[in-house]
Design a protein around this ligand. Sequence first.
Ligand SMILES: C[S@@+](CC[C@H](N)C(=O)[O-])C[C@H]1O[C@@H](n2cnc3c(N)ncnc32)[C@H](O)[C@@H]1O
Length: 182
Amino acid sequence: MQKESANNYYKPAEDTLFFAEHLQNEKGKTALDIGTGSGFLAQVLSKNFELVVATDTDLKALKKAHESIENCICCNAADALTAIFDLVVCNLPYLPSDEVADPAVDGLRDGVEIPIKILSSANKAIGNKGKLIFITSSLANYNELIKQTQLLGLSTKIIASKKLFFEELILVGGTRKMHKDD
Ligand SMILES: C[S@@+](CC[C@H](N)C(=O)[O-])C[C@H]1O[C@@H](n2cnc3c(N)ncnc32)[C@H](O)[C@@H]1O
């Protein structure tokens, strides 16, 4: 993940392609792509899901995404949605930063502050049998992010990782912890 000009939406990068590779076999009825950017991951999901919804806070990005996908919504994470999804994915802004100069990549403290807010919102959109997949990095305090995700009531596991020149990408999956009587 690299910073871009603040006037531009996030173009598919190494992290996007790594994420996409691991979405190829995901199937279901409904999927949500939070922070869709160009819409690349939502397009991948459209192949195996009947309905894909994509959100982003960046209107420029959504304009681009809307060229190839439907159901683009400009909102914070999943805040505007009442639906529950089979799969929620998010390529988070995970770079540690002191301020949010570029909302596409800046994650504030330890690269976890913004991701935690986004995942808290995402959590409401994950059904009991639903699944969350998000990407983080060795540049962030990913262990804290994973712990915080567990505090949201999700069981987590690292699905895959990929070493790049300057960071290691870490793909994390989460499923709802089931109670005995579920
Ligand atoms: C790293 S980019 C990923 C873009 C695209 N999903 C990809 O994989 O190429 C993160 C995206 O999240 C969006 N974003 C940042 N904060 C957000 C928030 N609170 N709610 C929704 N989208 C957000 C940014 O505008 C940006 O498009």
